[in-house]
Write a protein that binds this ligand. Sequence first.
Ligand code: ASP
Length: 343
Amino acid sequence: MSASSGVVSQSNRRLAVFGLGGTISMTANDSGGVVPALSAGQLVAAVPGLAETGICLEVEDFRRVPGSCLGFDDLAALSDAIDQRLDQGVDGIVITQGTDTIEETAYLLDLVHDRPQPVVVTGAMRNPTLAGADGPANLLAAVRTAASAQARDLGVVVVFADEIHAASRVRKAHSTSGFTFQSANGGPLGYVVEGRPRLLNHPVDRTTVPIIGTQRRTVEIGLMTTVFGDTGWWLDGAADRLDGLVVAGFGAGHVPDRVADALAAVASRIPVVLSSRTGAGSVLSSTYAYVGSESDLLSRGLISAGFLDPFKARILLRHLLAGGHDRAVVEAAFMRAGGHVDQ
Ligand code: ASP
């Protein structure tokens, strides 16, 4: 313990930092707008107080793109690179990337991370050219968290604005606020206080799903949001074009009665997951009984997403199908990841 700061020494820790781009790395180009430009090394060098932690950082410039341009191939490569670094004995991983897709990338990484070491994703809402840029503070908090024994066995977490969020719950909930990351179901796992992660709760029902063999299949998963007056036009030919479908239904998992038959027909051919478009709470199972209600749709073969929001449900379904898993595994995984396994 350092007598002056009161912060636990982490100088024996070694972390790998992967830079993927995003606002945290952006500077202005000729047009006056910002684009990814800074290397991961430059990001780390610009953080006040980081060198003083004594934590050894092995920095890798992995990608330099906006969050919206990342794809499944990038994430598969990143997951392999993380495994390699963990095999080499690093104590934790930090990833910097665009905030637009963190809720999806962090969850995908969480589904394959079955080791105890912390994997922490962060970024910035205010780019380095702006007063009050939040990248340095977020990166320092992420490093502090990834180097902490407290953050072991949490899976992948998102550290942002001194909050620690489970990858399975976190959503980008505001287009510009520095406090954009929120976990509507259950709140953050904890906070970074005076440089130390302080955990108030732990993730339950963490789900990891291995890829069968080494093969990653290319699959296409649709995500459709049910809207007022919906005719279900989007279901036409869906089972021929898609490997799986996630429906973001009204409320606790509802669609108009006129859409229910077509949806059930698609569900008889490909996995169809029923989620809620509300942004928080669980799909129900046995409360409403009208045509197009949750109980009707589940009895006709749709799979409940439980507490998983539509974006995370799509990531889970894609990962399961790309990994070659059958219907029984898909159902069991959603039951667990959706928080519906009776304890
Ligand atoms: N548009 C940016 C991105 O996702 C937003 C950010 O990083 O905050 O790359």
